[in-house]
Ligand binder design. Structure first.
Ligand SMILES: [Zn+2]
Length: 231
């Protein structure tokens, strides 16, 4: 029956980040504090860029969840690493990852899957950015809203092209600034104890490399049982 077949289809596109053990990765408590280093050699006004990054974070502070991403001010941080300082920063030269990437979120978690830190690097070396949805440039708020989804533990929604967590973005795109229902469902799955949304059974549609030309990030550094050097 058609109705039955429809019901057997995946009801959502979102994916959650998991440890190899299968444990979901999430923040054990809020607020999560972070700072920004908005200095850049491009056209972005640092003060306005910092406000835009905060606006992107606030998109995820949805009623019904305890999610709180608290901006604490500016920092001099220019690299990613589990150093106790969660930072959003811009890279004008020596971008260490693939040049097609717009931004890179690095996440740090303990063995149980609890996040303990993160950093977001924005690639101002290889891409032209704007704060106003300029049709020829990459919109900072559009991209950063996506990155904050990774910070919270969401992967890519490959079969929902309108989701904030869809992997690719194009110049002038701004619709990722606002969460789609799929993004909200993923958020509630992680932070509102909504066990009725199945985590398994998700099907992802493979996307052609062309469609990923503006790949909007991903890449998580998962530190499992991280060993600290002792001297
Ligand atoms: Zn991504």
């Amino acid at each position: 029956m058609l109705a039955l077949m429809l019901l057997s289809q995946p009801v959502h596109a979102y994916e959650v980040m998991e440890k190899d053990s299968g444990a979901a990765m999430r923040w054990p408590s809020f607020p999560v504090n972070w700072a920004v280093n908005a200095n850049n050699e491009g056209s972005l006004d640092p003060n306005t860029a910092a406000v835009v990054v905060q606006r992107a974070a606030q998109a995820w502070e949805v009623d019904g969840t305890a999610v709180k991403l608290s901006y604490t001010g500016t920092t001099d941080a220019q690299t990613s690493g589990h150093d106790g300082q969660a930072a959003v920063y811009f890279v004008d030269q020596d971008w260490p990852w693939d040049e097609s990437l717009l931004a890179m979120t690095s996440s740090y978690s303990d063995a149980s899957g609890a996040f303990v830190g993160f950093d977001i690097a924005v690639n101002t070396q290889d891409h032209e950015w704007a704060l106003d949805g300029n049709a020829d440039r990459i919109d900072l708020q559009n991209t950063l809203t996506h990155e904050w989804g990774h910070v919270l533990g969401l992967g890519h929604s490959e079969n929902d092209a309108m989701a904030t967590m869809h992997a690719s973005a194009s110049p002038g795109e701004v619709h990722k600034r606002d969460l789609s229902q799929d993004d909200v469902d993923g958020l509630f799955h992680l932070y509102a104890g909504d066990s009725e949304i199945p985590k398994v059974g998700c099907q992802t549609v493979s996307t052609s490399p062309k469609a990923l030309a503006w790949l909007g990030v991903l890449a998580t550094i998962l530190l499992i049982n991280r060993r600290r050097a002792r001297s």
